[in-house]
Write a protein that binds this ligand. Structure first.
Ligand code: F6R
Length: 604
């Protein structure tokens, strides 16, 4: 996820508008930023790694009074966050500049083709193929025609803006999946990844749909479909304030991040499954590396540790490769026994967690192969690992991790399916099932009405228990962490069959017990445990595969559609996250910045 901004006016200076627009979009990515202005004297660019403040210091070097330009704030996906990889990117002659949000899946092929034709690349990004393709198709003279041709070559999910110094009165914009909105002004028009980019200037907007191309000048907006036929998109009036717009209209980042999960899963899976098979290189590993290791040791903290527990179950069940999962702060001091047949895997959203990083370094000191799953390109964990897979969830702003967790599970699922294939246990049905997850995720989000009622009830209690078996127990662990960290209730997760060995003593009249029931092999056993707590007065709330009988002994019931048990965790995570969210809201807590916690824990 990156933020893109465009401005084209009659006389007005584009620069202040673009910089302010980028400030509003900084939540979408902040590892590098840049601005390009187009005039007959050429394209003027300033860009740099680091936050927008670093770009701010370079703006004096840009000419003033230029009314056409584009800007970008980056969340790295392809290529580390460096000056060279910062957008905008240009063609060989420096006459065309582009900014891009999303992923060009076939960029390697295009890059090789363009290099063979003599194009010189300056960055490692997928984006840079766009200006070179436009150059190839005569884009400096005919930007619109070149964009139309380039569009037929690009695969993936993306939105981009292009400007040309030979035609500096227009911005050409394309949307294919990644969001792009046009703001309609007077003698000027605007573009942005969301409304917040231009809300200070205008509240009138047109939302581009997938496949739309727009040619935007100071006085006109012409939108066409892929075939070039003109289409009308309704003009809407946005009555959000700027803060609301940054959060996509949601009251908190956490809710926005929960709700965008199905789309984020689509981004995470994009290009990683081809011809019904997982592509090893797309999760950072080669066939040889995958085949070499007989054991996997996962290290992680908090929510990432809980994702690791799901990963263990998936890898062991599907590939029959033994996996250990340890909390990083324990592992680092436990004199772990590692050998060359073991792969050490670090899971970390931020890629900067001190304990996780220490485990990685310990493994490397012992000459053990390290692999990381992280959301942050260029993070220390990514840089210090032998191989890395990115979760591609976009920046996670809320302290409580949601979309990073479910995308970690997706990457672990892809890994498990690859390892299974190597072991002669391929599961094409599950590979196919993974592609259904974004669709099922939307279905889950549509069927969660009961959650707010549960949350209001939960908000008034003191102790909550989460139970489940197998994958459902790993989910219970995450459910109880979410509720603790943002609503400050006391919560505990138990393997459902373990309650009777002590914890059952705490169950009394009215105590809420959240039961997770997606594991088909053991569901009847979990039902027996539910009956045990109900017999002691517990109020049982179930997050349950919709195929289980509606007669289960559960007081409040959230049914979820599940294709296969092994793919259920990301779907079942959504109601758990929402339960925590609405409980914290009902208690009036600061959802996005809970007390005593930080988003990235870089100390021991
Ligand atoms: C909980 C949460 C934390 C993190 C943990 C590890 O919602 O966000 O438990 O999961 O601090 O952080 P990363 O994944 O950045 O290493």
């Amino acid at each position: 996820m990156c933020g893109i901004v465009g401005f084209v006016g009659e006389k007005e200076d584009a620069l202040p508008f673009i910089f302010n627009g980028l400030k509003r979009l900084e939540y979408r990515g902040y590892d590098s930023a840049g601005i390009a202005l187009a005039s007959k004297s050429g394209i003027a660019i300033q860009k740099t790694q680091g936050k927008l403040a670093a770009l701010g210091e370079l703006l004096e070097a840009l000419p003033s009074g230029i009314p056409c330009g584009i800007g970008h704030t980056r969340w790295a996906t392809h290529g580390r966050p460096t000056n060279e990889n910062a957008h905008p990117h240009t063609d060989c002659q420096g006459e065309i500049a582009t900014v891009h949000n999303g992923i060009i899946e076939n960029f390697q092929t295009l890059r090789e083709e363009l290099i063979a034709k003599g194009h010189r690349f300056q960055s490692d990004t997928d984006t840079e193929v766009i200006p070179h393709l436009l150059e190839e198709y005569g884009g400096a003279e005919d930007l619109v025609g070149a964009v139309r041709q380039a569009e037929t070559r690009l695969q993936g999910a993306y939105a981009f803006l292009a400007i040309s110094s030979r035609d500096p009165e227009r911005i050409v914009a394309v949307r294919r999946t990644s969001p792009l909105i046009i703001g309609l002004g007077t003698n000027a028009n605007y573009l942005g990844s969301d409304f917040s980019a231009f809300l200070a200037a205008t509240k009138r907007a047109q939302i581009l749909e997938n496949g739309d191309m727009a040619v935007v000048t100071p006085h006109s907006v012409v939108i066409t479909d892929k075939a070039g036929s003109r289409i009308d998109r309704p003009v809407i009036t946005v009555d959000w304030d700027i803060k609301q717009a940054e959060r996509g209209g949601y009251p908190h980042f956490m809710l926005k991040e929960i709700m965008e999960q199905p789309d984020v899963w689509g981004d995470c899976l994009l290009g990683r499954i081809r011809d019904n098979e997982v592509v090893p290189q797309e999760i950072g590993l080669t066939w040889d590396q995958l085949a070499e290791y007989q054991r996997i040791q996962i290290v992680a903290a908090g929510t990432a540790y809980h994702a690791g527990l799901i990963g263990k179950a998936l890898i062991e069940r599907l590939a029959r490769i033994p996996v250990n999962v340890d909390v990083a702060s324990e592992f680092r001091y436990a004199s772990p026994i590692l050998d060359r047949g073991t792969m050490v895997m670090a899971i970390s959203q931020s890629g900067e967690t001190a304990d996780t990083l220490a485990c990685l370094r310990l493994a490397r000191e012992q000459g053990v192969f390290t692999y990381s799953i992280t959301n942050t390109v260029g993070s220390t964990v990514a840089r210090e690992s032998d191989a890395v897979a990115y979760t591609l969830a976009g920046p996670e702003i809320a302290v409580a991790s949601t979309k990073a967790y479910t995308t970690q599970i997706l990457v672990l699922s892809l890994l498990a399916l690859l390892l299974a294939r190597i072991k002669g246990r391929a599961r094409p049905d599950l590979v196919q099932g993974m592609l259904q997850l974004p669709f099922l995720g939307h279905k889950v989000l549509k069927g969660i009405d009961g959650i707010t009622t549960m949350a209001e009830r939960m908000a008034g209690t003191h102790d909550v228990f989460y139970i489940g078996r197998g994958l459902d127990y790993a989910l219970a662990m995450e459910g109880q962490l979410k509720i603790k960290e943002i609503s400050y209730l006391h919560a505990e997760a138990y393997p459902a069959g373990e309650l009777k060995h002590g914890t059952l003593a705490l169950i009394k009249e009215g105590v809420p017990v959240v039961a997770i029931l997606t594991e088909h092999d053991v569901w009847e056993k979990t039902v027996s445990n539910i009956l045990e707590v109900k017999a002691r007065g517990a109020e049982v709330w179930g997050i349950v595969d919709e195929r289980f009988p509606a007669t289960l002994p559960i007081d409040h019931y959230i049914p979820i559609p599940i294709g296969d048990t092994l793919l259920a965790p990301v779907l079942a995570a959504i109601p758990l996250q929402l339960l925590a969210y609405y409980t914290a809201v009902a208690r009036g807590e600061d959802v996005d910045q809970p007390r005593n916690l930080a988003k990235s824990v870089t100390v021991e």
